[in-house]
Design a protein around this ligand. Structure first.
Ligand SMILES: Cc1cc2nc3c(=O)[nH]c(=O)nc-3n(C[C@H](O)[C@H](O)[C@H](O)COP(=O)(O)OP(=O)(O)OC[C@H]3O[C@@H](n4cnc5c(N)ncnc54)[C@H](O)[C@@H]3O)c2cc1C
Length: 224
């Protein structure tokens, strides 16, 4: 069932100039699965059939009426969101949508660039709240170090974080993109399910690398 609900902003964390984590309370709460997304409308509870007055965002949290989304400022709507979504601001969502599900206890390799980490934040909340004992790797590639996930989220112990920074020189973090060797070097790499989230270009690149490694269980979430 799809629900329309009013929401109110309860916290805003500015991670960088173009990346913010919004926390909000959902008036009509219904649980979603990690990996699912919502449509957000700043002005009204009436969503156009062609979705032109709203934008989709993955849930970056799980299991609570206090929810989170991680938003990259790009164009018209996300600029409005950065300007208008302050504590106390009311807006509307329709949810939950999607078929990118991470709701099981299989071992996973998660591959994300920048804000593509958000469905994996929902999965990590799921691991914590549902006491999931799976073994996981999280590859997170960011342009600048302050956008690295561990600066704004406590990664659970059963998720091994592999960080990459591509546009800054940093100590102790590889200053490069995720490469084929990073995946090839994983022990028992064929026993994991693989999840990729980001732009079409990013997904296609890593899907090819995984396929070259004879990996079969690949799931991805195109954002464009
Ligand atoms: C299922 C799904 C889940 C998503 N989840 C998230 C999420 O959790 N977090 C998130 O941040 N986004 C997410 N997105 C993407 C998000 O919906 C878009 O970024 C948003 O709709 C952009 O709206 P806009 O009006 O700000 O940009 P528009 O003006 O509509 O621009 C859209 C596209 O134009 C290009 N563009 C415009 N301006 C710039 C710029 N300055 N620099 C580079 N490219 C530019 C980009 O290709 C961009 O994707 C998701 C998308 C989908 C389909």
């Amino acid at each position: 069932m799809i629900i329309t609900s009013k929401c109110i902003i309860t916290d805003v964390i500015e991670i960088s100039e173009t990346l913010k984590l919004f926390e909000f309370e959902i008036d009509k709460y219904m649980p979603w699965e990690p990996g699912m997304f919502l449509h957000l409308n700043l002005d009204s509870s009436k969503f156009n059939p062609d979705w032109s007055n709203s934008r989709p965002f993955s849930f970056a949290s799980y299991g609570d009426k206090k929810a989170k989304i991680l938003v990259r400022k790009l164009g018209y709507y996300t600029n409005r969101m950065f300007d208008e979504m302050k504590i106390g601001k009311e807006f509307y969502i329709r949810y939950p949508f999607g078929d990118f599900f991470l709701n099981d206890n299989r071992n996973k390799v998660l591959i994300a660039a920048g804000s593509g980490i958000s469905p994996f934040m929902s999965y990590m909340d799921y691991i914590i709240k549902e006491n999931i004992k799976s073994q996981n790797y999280l590859f997170h590639s960011v342009k600048i170090e302050k956008e690295s996930i561990d600066n704004y989220y406590s990664v659970p112990k059963n998720v091994i974080l592999k960080k990459f920074v591509t546009r800054e020189n940093t100590k102790n973090i590889p200053n490069r993109h995720i490469e084929k060797k990073d995946i090839s070097n994983l022990e028992n790499r064929n026993t994991f399910d693989y999840y990729i989230c980001g732009s079409e270009l990013f997904i296609d690149k890593y899907r090819n690398i995984l396929e070259e490694n004879n990996i079969k269980n690949i799931f991805y979430d195109y954002w464009s």
